[in-house]
Design a protein around this ligand. Structure first.
Ligand SMILES: *Cc1c(COP(=O)(O)O)cnc(C)c1O
Length: 546
């Protein structure tokens, strides 16, 4: 069937030529699109704002293809997964004739788009455990006339359930002329691997992904459809000419920079542990009859005494999703630990006095380096360092371990020039993140430590005074340790002192450069440790927090 997927798409879409606003000629002199030759009045990063963007900005398309493990020509980037859903229906469903299949309760926008397009809706509801009724879906697909798209949302919104492994492949193979649209808006939160890379083999599989949920970009609007290039090319005929504004592309590329990915991973870990905490705690709520297990960043609830619950929620300004008029449920999103604790109080759950963790996050991107740092002063569990300089990783690891903090630090720097920018910028970013984590509790604290290490001794004093200062006394016998220039050692502490707002004094004597540097890092860490430590009275009682 060489005509596929044209034989299942709307005839009028196949027949018209794709809209193109650009002339056929190539060249750097753009006199083809009636743009302004002037840059707009100064806006940060406004280069290129006077020109139309490409319909599918190539750098963005490639980045998203890499993120989702597929090829750039299999990606349609749109304003959210919402737009991917809309365009899919508009490309394949002839008004007044074709149909889509949904499994309710599910994401409402499938039905909305179908209605706007004039497509029919076949509903094969989930069973009482909110699992898909595989047999009923197959039966409906076999008997339906002009069924074009089956929407499977997994993890499903609002139930949080996931489909059985074999269903997608089975449907794709059994119904080659029906598109199987798998909406993976919440895939990052689930234990099931994505279907994205299966689109290479299964030509009628379309996967939706979004940057709005796990990647914190809901306000930017970015999402994709991933499918066979022939399906994507048809959809691109329907997608409006310039859906991705340049600032949107910039914001997405920055948020998905290689260094930022470690921050996303660390956040996801916290997010999932909060989901587990909420799942457990809500079961003890007097307002909750049932909490459904979830593979997404929300929980579905059966509630009782709902008017009283609504009063408690609004008293604390907590908004949750109310489905009482349709499915009879409520849905609560998993927020930050502090937000969740407030929500639990509204649900009448006695929350143990909880130590709110002091976390600082910094992203720093310049021409030379792209750095992402996350410090947790109260949980030393996760220490992951990748600066590209082996010895520096080792030193920063020692700094984290000996000061008793969690540290995730990733840097992509211009190491082909030298180590200077990377070393200095990482220290600056680290100090900034530490200061942010300390918040306004950063009191004056003077601490010292003497660090012996074989023949070496480092004497260190640290004062979190808010006034940056650094002195370093010591002469290194060699100028490098591995690819780390010894002269950068004092620079690190100078940069750290500057952004942390600390006085750091170091005196180091020894005969081995490696030992001398390592003793300096460990000495500073040991002096920082009591400075970061919280006394018992700092434990935030959840009563009256915020
Ligand atoms: C949130 C959501 C979307 C929409 O994502 P955007 O990229 O923000 O448009 C799509 N599908 C489901 C199931 C969702 O919950």
């Amino acid at each position: 069937m060489s005509d596929w997927p044209n034989n299942i798409a709307r005839k009028s879409i196949v027949e018209f030529a794709a809209y193109s606003a650009r002339g056929g000629a190539t060249g750097a002199l753009h006199l083809d699109a009636n743009e302004s030759p002037y840059a707009p009045p100064p806006v940060r990063g406004a280069q290129g704002y006077n020109r139309y963007p490409e319909q599918q900005p190539p750098a963005l398309r490639q980045r998203l293809a890499d993120l989702y493990g597929t090829n750039a020509n299999q990606i349609m980037v749109g304003r959210g997964a919402d737009e991917a859903i809309e365009v899919l229906i508009r490309t394949f469903c002839e008004a007044g004739q074709d149909k889509v299949l949904i499994c309710s309760p599910t994401f409402g926008y499938y039905a909305t788009c179908a209605q706007i397009q004039g497509a029919g809706i076949i509903d094969v509801p989930l069973n009482k455990n909110y699992q898909w009724d595989n047999e009923a879906i197959i039966k409906a697909a076999s008997s339906a006339v002009n069924l074009k798209v089956i929407f499977l949302c997994t993890p499903n919104n609002p139930t949080g359930t996931i489909i059985e492994d074999h269903l997608v492949e089975q449907l794709c193979k059994q119904f080659p002329n029906i598109l199987i649209a798998v909406d993976e808006a919440y895939e990052e939160f689930s234990s099931r691997p994505s279907y994205a890379n299966k689109t290479e083999k299964l030509k009628n599989l379309v996967v939706m992904r979004t940057l709005s949920k796990a990647y914190a970009l809901a306000g930017v609007r970015g999402g994709v459809a991933i499918a066979d290039p022939r399906v994507i090319d048809l959809m691109l005929k329907v997608l409006p000419p310039y859906p991705i504004a340049r600032p949107v592309e910039d914001a997405i590329l920055a948020a998905l920079s290689p260094a930022a990915m470690s921050t996303h991973a660390a956040r996801l870990t916290e997010w999932l542990s909060e989901r587990a905490r909420m799942y457990k705690a809500l079961q003890t709520s007097p307002f909750v009859a049932k909490v459904y297990p979830s593979q997404a960043n929300f929980l579905l609830l059966d509630v009782k005494d709902d008017d009283a619950l609504m009063r408690e929620l609004s008293r604390r300004q907590v908004k949750i999703r109310d489905y009482r008029n349709t499915t009879g449920h409520m849905r609560i999103s998993i927020g930050s630990p502090e937000e969740n604790t407030i929500a639990l109080e509204a649900f009448g759950v006695l929350v143990e006095a909880q130590r709110t963790e002091r976390i600082g996050e910094t992203h720093r991107k310049t021409k030379e380096t792209d750095i992402s740092v996350r410090v947790n002063l109260d949980d030393p569990k996760v220490v992951e360092i990748d600066t590209g300089i082996g010895f520096y990783d080792h030193m920063l690891e020692a700094l984290a371990k000996h000061s008793g903090i969690g540290l995730v630090l990733t840097c992509k720097g211009d190491l082909e020039i030298d180590a200077h920018h990377t070393v200095e910028d990482c220290a600056l970013a680290l100090g900034t993140a530490m200061k942010q984590a300390l918040g306004d509790k950063a009191g004056i604290g003077r601490f010292g430590f003497v660090m012996p290490m074989d023949e070496t001794q480092a004497r260190v004093a640290v004062d979190l005074s808010g006034r940056p200062a650094m002195t370093f006394k010591g002469v290194f016998p060699t100028d490098h340790v591995g690819d780390f220039p010894a002269e950068m050692c004092p620079h690190v502490f100078e940069s750290l002192a500057q952004t942390l707002g600390a006085a750091i004094q170091i005196e180091v004597e020894g005969e081995n450069t490696h030992h001398m540097i390592e003793a300096s890092f460990k000495g500073v860490a040991r002096a920082l440790r009591p400075a970061f430590a919280r006394s018992g009275t700092d434990i935030a009682s959840t009563k009256g927090v915020i």
